[in-house]
Design a protein around this ligand. Structure first.
Ligand SMILES: [Zn+2]
Ligand SMILES: [Zn+2]
Length: 279
């Protein structure tokens, strides 16, 4: 099955208008440009401030994918870095220098990623647990359980876009931050059986399934069930392992979590740029 055929598998009818207050709300756009162990980047905009969460592809590929969705690197305002693993920072240096973009990250992430991003002329620091703003976008960064210097997930904006794609276990902090979101992008990294029977060396299998590795489909599904609420409109499952998962397995886990609720379920894939989701 082609990857493009299985995207957006579950799109129920649109919800009725929610009444007064809609016109006052901001409209956000979210686009998963790439997701997986070969590169991650998510575009988020409120129409005023446009940012990337991570830039793990080459600068040229990031530009190509932005253009493919009628977005523009020239209009970016900043890059926000979740952690220093190369699948999240590979293109950070190039993009930030080419477009004079400030890079937001924690001091520990900067230290852990020293030398991997080249010279950055404008680094701005955030701390997990403390709000910060990039232009008109408000961020609430939160710690995740992952084997990096200071890994972060993010809640963004007043409609709450929640992004957490590298986490070994769903901690209480993660649960609390993802509750109440209108859109959640969550990792569904591996199928445990595929991982154990797959080609990874033993130490890597242990790393992936550890408390500081990545969420399995089942863990992801269980967490989603815990955070379901009436205003949750979109779920994007991401960071799927190409060797230890199958998109259909991740989708099945997501559907099980949704269980008939009126929620759009998408996959964020490695080689296919996602659609622009408006909320
Ligand atoms: Zn990653
Ligand atoms: Zn990582």
């Amino acid at each position: 099955m082609q990857q493009s055929e299985i995207r957006c598998c579950f799109h129920p009818p649109p919800a009725p208008p929610s009444g007064a207050g809609c016109l006052m709300e901001k409209n956000y756009r979210v686009c998963a440009l790439a997701s997986g162990s070969r590169g991650n980047a998510v575009y988020v905009s409120d129409g005023n401030t446009n940012i990337l969460i991570d830039a793990g592809l080459s600068g040229a590929e990031m530009q190509r994918r932005l253009i493919s969705r009628n977005l523009s690197a020239e209009n970016l305002d900043a890059i926000v870095v979740s952690h220093e693993h190369s699948d999240h920072i590979h293109g950070v240096g190039v993009l930030s220098r080419r477009y004079s973009l400030p890079v937001y990250m924690s001091r520990k992430t900067e230290a852990a990623g020293a030398g991997k991003m080249g010279k950055l002329s404008d680094v701005r620091y955030f701390e997990c647990g403390k709000k910060f703003s990039v232009g008109s976008l408000d961020f609430r960064p939160f710690s995740t359980s992952h084997d990096a210097g200071d890994p972060a997930g993010f809640c963004i904006g007043e409609k709450k876009i929640g992004i957490a794609t590298d986490l070994g276990i769903p901690t209480q902090v993660v649960r609390e931050h993802l509750r109440g979101c209108a859109l959640v992008m969550l990792e569904a990294n591996h199928d445990p059986e595929m991982l154990m029977k797959g080609p990874y060396p033993w130490y890597l299998k242990q790393r992936v399934r550890s408390r500081t590795g990545h969420l399995s489909n089942m863990q992801s599904s269980a967490l989603l069930r815990e955070i379901l609420h009436p205003e949750l409109r979109h779920i994007i499952l991401g960071h799927l392992s190409e060797k230890n998962n199958h998109p259909e397995k991740a989708l099945a886990a997501g559907k099980e979590a949704i269980n008939g609720h009126r929620i759009h379920l998408d996959l964020a894939l490695q080689d296919v740029c996602g659609e622009v989701i408006r909320i």
